[in-house]
Each structure stands twice: as C-alpha cells, then as structure tokens.
Design a protein around this ligand. Sequence first.
Ligand SMILES: [Zn+2]
Length: 170
Amino acid sequence: MSDIASIIGLVGTATSSIVGATEATKNLKQIFSRAEVDLTASKQLILELLDKLIEAKHDQMAIEEGVLALQRELQQRDEFQAELARYILTDTGRGAAVYRLKDGDQSGEPPHQICPSCAANAKKSILQPSLTRHNCLYCPACRAEFLANIGDASAMIVSVQRSRRDWSDF
Ligand SMILES: [Zn+2]
C-alpha cells in the first residue's frame, strides 16, 4: 500500500537527482565557454549528466506509480463510502454494534449485517450465523464474533436440524 509519506520521500530523491543534473549542466556550460575545451572533463561531465538524468527519470516513474496507487486507493475508499452509506450502525440487541442494511434499500439484497472492524478498513464482510455459538454472528474475514438475537439462524437450531437429519438416515 502506498502512502503520502513514501511519495514525499520519492519527490525528495527526484529533486536531488534533478539538482545534480542541473549542477552537471552548469559545469558543462563553464567548460564549453572556455577558449580551450577540456575534452576529458567534458566527456566525464556528459556521462555524469546522463547518469543524473537516468536517475531523475527513474524517480519520476516511481512517483507516477505511487500517485497512481494512491489514486486507486482513494477511489476504492470513495466507492466503499458510497457502499457503506447503504448501512446504518446498529445495536444487535445484545450490546454489540454492527452495520445493518438500511430499511427500504433498493438493491434487492436480503437483510444482512456487515462487520464494523472490516468496514473500518474499507472492506465489506457480511456477518454469518456462528456454527458453534448460539445467538452469535461471526465475520468470515476477521473472525470477530458479535452477540446477537438471531433466533432461528442460531447454532443451536442448526445443530438440532442436523441431528434430526442424522437420525432419519438410520
Ligand atoms: Zn470482520
């Protein structure tokens, strides 16, 4: 993940490369302004200038990549904020807070809740009834559990149904 600090660091590096290239160009101008041109010194300065320009180009590409990554990240955050606006932070009825799909949502999705911890990281994770704990929701992504009054979808009902099916097999 890119961040502003790393891009600022890259800009600093690029700036020093450009300053180096500018210095090399100044020195080259001085050499060529003399009556007798020192070919050895001018060749050395041209090589130095090329090195600085290659460094500056490399730094510029790294900055462009960083800015693009940052733009993608910001776009993803914007998209997630729009998605999160469809939900409301609500109490599960047992003291836990989760995001619940707002009443009257037009998407046609069935009622569900999403994980607040994952939402804080701009990630949507739909909570599922726990298979091991009664009246509990869990997040498949971060494994967080939330006490909730979920009735029929609870682990106890699921296990009763399973045991009934198991008996009928005999
Ligand atoms: Zn989660």
